[in-house]
Design a protein around this ligand. Sequence first.
Ligand code: HEM
Length: 146
Amino acid sequence: MAYLGAAYPWVKAAHLIFVIFLMAGLFMMPRFFVYHQETAPGSPEDQRWIEREGRLLRIILNPSLILVWLLGLMLMVEIGAWHFGWFHLKLLFVLGLSGYHGWIAGYTRKLARGQRPMSDRQLRMMNEIPGVAAAVIVIAVIVKPF
Ligand code: HEM
Protein backbone atom coordinates (compact mmCIF):
# COMPACT_ATOMS: atom_id res chain seq x y z
CA MET A 1 0.00 0.00 0.00
CA ALA A 2 1.84 3.10 -1.26
CA TYR A 3 0.79 5.83 1.14
CA LEU A 4 4.08 7.38 2.27
CA GLY A 5 5.17 8.77 -1.12
CA ALA A 6 8.22 11.04 -0.85
CA ALA A 7 8.24 10.50 2.94
CA TYR A 8 9.38 6.85 2.49
CA PRO A 9 13.16 7.51 2.64
CA TRP A 10 12.61 9.85 5.62
CA VAL A 11 10.71 7.17 7.50
CA LYS A 12 13.47 4.67 6.63
CA ALA A 13 16.15 7.14 7.83
CA ALA A 14 14.24 7.68 11.11
CA HIS A 15 13.88 3.88 11.45
CA LEU A 16 17.65 3.44 11.18
CA ILE A 17 18.46 6.34 13.55
CA PHE A 18 16.39 4.70 16.29
CA VAL A 19 17.81 1.25 15.41
CA ILE A 20 21.26 2.73 16.20
CA PHE A 21 20.08 4.21 19.54
CA LEU A 22 18.39 0.92 20.44
CA MET A 23 21.43 -1.22 19.57
CA ALA A 24 23.78 1.12 21.47
CA GLY A 25 21.64 0.74 24.59
CA LEU A 26 21.33 -3.04 24.18
CA PHE A 27 25.13 -3.34 23.92
CA MET A 28 25.79 -1.05 26.90
CA MET A 29 23.39 -2.44 29.44
CA PRO A 30 24.97 -5.89 30.13
CA ARG A 31 28.32 -4.06 30.58
CA PHE A 32 26.61 -1.85 33.17
CA PHE A 33 25.28 -5.03 34.83
CA VAL A 34 28.80 -6.49 35.15
CA TYR A 35 30.09 -3.32 36.86
CA HIS A 36 26.93 -2.98 38.94
CA GLN A 37 27.18 -6.55 40.27
CA GLU A 38 30.57 -5.77 41.81
CA THR A 39 28.93 -3.31 44.24
CA ALA A 40 27.39 -4.30 47.57
CA PRO A 41 23.57 -4.05 47.57
CA GLY A 42 22.48 -0.85 49.32
CA SER A 43 25.86 0.90 48.92
CA PRO A 44 26.02 4.44 47.44
CA GLU A 45 27.75 2.98 44.33
CA ASP A 46 24.87 0.46 43.96
CA GLN A 47 22.41 3.39 44.05
CA ARG A 48 24.33 5.23 41.32
CA TRP A 49 24.21 2.17 39.01
CA ILE A 50 20.48 1.72 39.69
CA GLU A 51 19.94 5.34 38.57
CA ARG A 52 22.17 4.98 35.47
CA GLU A 53 20.41 1.78 34.37
CA GLY A 54 16.96 3.27 35.03
CA ARG A 55 17.81 6.35 32.95
CA LEU A 56 19.23 4.30 30.04
CA LEU A 57 16.10 2.14 30.03
CA ARG A 58 13.60 5.03 30.31
CA ILE A 59 15.28 7.63 28.10
CA ILE A 60 17.01 5.55 25.41
CA LEU A 61 15.96 1.90 25.28
CA ASN A 62 12.18 1.94 25.75
CA PRO A 63 11.40 4.94 23.48
CA SER A 64 13.81 3.60 20.80
CA LEU A 65 12.19 0.15 20.80
CA ILE A 66 8.73 1.68 20.39
CA LEU A 67 9.87 3.99 17.56
CA VAL A 68 11.83 1.24 15.73
CA TRP A 69 8.69 -0.94 15.78
CA LEU A 70 6.34 1.89 14.76
CA LEU A 71 8.53 3.11 11.89
CA GLY A 72 9.40 -0.47 10.81
CA LEU A 73 5.71 -1.39 10.66
CA MET A 74 5.04 1.73 8.55
CA LEU A 75 7.76 0.60 6.10
CA MET A 76 6.34 -2.93 6.14
CA VAL A 77 2.84 -1.73 5.16
CA GLU A 78 4.26 0.57 2.44
CA ILE A 79 6.18 -2.21 0.62
CA GLY A 80 3.96 -5.18 1.56
CA ALA A 81 7.03 -6.72 3.19
CA TRP A 82 5.16 -9.66 4.79
CA HIS A 83 5.07 -11.37 1.36
CA PHE A 84 8.86 -11.80 1.37
CA GLY A 85 10.97 -14.55 2.94
CA TRP A 86 13.71 -12.12 4.02
CA PHE A 87 11.13 -10.20 6.04
CA HIS A 88 9.99 -13.32 7.91
CA LEU A 89 13.61 -14.03 8.85
CA LYS A 90 14.06 -10.42 9.94
CA LEU A 91 10.86 -10.46 12.00
CA LEU A 92 11.96 -13.65 13.77
CA PHE A 93 15.23 -12.04 14.88
CA VAL A 94 13.57 -8.70 15.67
CA LEU A 95 11.17 -10.58 17.96
CA GLY A 96 14.22 -12.25 19.55
CA LEU A 97 15.83 -8.84 20.02
CA SER A 98 12.63 -7.52 21.61
CA GLY A 99 12.69 -10.51 23.98
CA TYR A 100 16.29 -9.64 24.84
CA HIS A 101 15.10 -6.08 25.59
CA GLY A 102 12.55 -7.61 27.96
CA TRP A 103 15.28 -9.64 29.69
CA ILE A 104 17.30 -6.42 30.14
CA ALA A 105 14.34 -4.62 31.72
CA GLY A 106 13.77 -7.61 34.05
CA TYR A 107 17.43 -7.90 35.07
CA THR A 108 17.53 -4.13 35.80
CA ARG A 109 14.63 -4.59 38.24
CA LYS A 110 16.33 -7.60 39.89
CA LEU A 111 19.58 -5.69 40.44
CA ALA A 112 17.58 -2.79 41.91
CA ARG A 113 16.08 -5.28 44.41
CA GLY A 114 19.59 -6.36 45.46
CA GLN A 115 19.60 -9.68 43.54
CA ARG A 116 22.55 -10.82 41.38
CA PRO A 117 21.15 -13.92 39.62
CA MET A 118 23.74 -14.36 36.83
CA SER A 119 27.52 -14.68 36.84
CA ASP A 120 29.74 -12.17 35.00
CA ARG A 121 30.56 -14.89 32.46
CA GLN A 122 26.87 -15.54 31.77
CA LEU A 123 26.29 -11.80 31.35
CA ARG A 124 29.18 -11.53 28.88
CA MET A 125 27.68 -14.41 26.90
CA MET A 126 24.27 -12.70 26.86
CA ASN A 127 26.09 -9.69 25.43
CA GLU A 128 26.80 -11.67 22.22
CA ILE A 129 23.08 -11.99 21.40
CA PRO A 130 22.36 -8.46 20.08
CA GLY A 131 25.44 -8.52 17.81
CA VAL A 132 24.47 -11.83 16.20
CA ALA A 133 20.83 -10.75 15.85
CA ALA A 134 21.82 -7.39 14.28
CA ALA A 135 24.10 -9.17 11.76
CA VAL A 136 21.31 -11.56 10.67
CA ILE A 137 18.76 -8.70 10.46
CA VAL A 138 21.04 -6.47 8.35
CA ILE A 139 21.89 -9.35 5.96
CA ALA A 140 18.18 -10.25 5.65
CA VAL A 141 17.22 -6.65 4.84
CA ILE A 142 20.15 -5.65 2.60
CA VAL A 143 21.10 -8.90 0.80
CA LYS A 144 17.50 -10.21 0.78
CA PRO A 145 18.82 -13.78 0.18
CA PHE A 146 15.26 -15.12 -0.35
C1 HEM B 1 10.88 -3.78 15.11
C2 HEM B 1 10.41 -4.23 13.97
C3 HEM B 1 10.97 -3.88 12.61
C4 HEM B 1 10.22 -3.87 11.46
C5 HEM B 1 8.74 -4.19 11.34
C6 HEM B 1 11.11 -3.48 10.39
C7 HEM B 1 10.75 -3.34 9.06
C8 HEM B 1 11.55 -2.78 8.06
C9 HEM B 1 11.16 -2.59 6.68
C10 HEM B 1 9.82 -3.01 6.09
C11 HEM B 1 12.21 -2.00 6.05
C12 HEM B 1 12.24 -1.55 4.58
C13 HEM B 1 13.04 -2.52 3.73
C14 HEM B 1 13.20 -2.04 2.33
O1 HEM B 1 12.91 -0.87 2.02
O2 HEM B 1 13.63 -2.86 1.50
C15 HEM B 1 13.27 -1.83 7.01
C16 HEM B 1 14.50 -1.28 6.75
C17 HEM B 1 15.63 -1.53 7.51
N1 HEM B 1 15.64 -2.08 8.78
FE1 HEM B 1 14.00 -2.61 9.84
N2 HEM B 1 12.38 -3.28 10.90
C18 HEM B 1 12.35 -3.54 12.27
C19 HEM B 1 13.45 -3.50 13.13
C20 HEM B 1 14.77 -3.40 12.72
C21 HEM B 1 15.95 -3.69 13.51
C22 HEM B 1 15.91 -4.11 14.99
C23 HEM B 1 17.06 -3.51 12.71
C24 HEM B 1 18.52 -3.69 12.99
C25 HEM B 1 19.04 -4.27 14.03
C26 HEM B 1 16.58 -3.07 11.42
C27 HEM B 1 17.40 -2.77 10.34
C28 HEM B 1 16.96 -2.25 9.16
C29 HEM B 1 17.83 -1.78 8.08
C30 HEM B 1 19.35 -1.82 8.08
C31 HEM B 1 16.99 -1.30 7.05
C32 HEM B 1 17.42 -0.62 5.76
C33 HEM B 1 17.32 -1.52 4.56
C34 HEM B 1 17.47 -0.79 3.25
O3 HEM B 1 18.34 0.09 3.11
O4 HEM B 1 16.71 -1.10 2.34
N3 HEM B 1 15.20 -3.03 11.45
N4 HEM B 1 12.85 -2.33 8.23
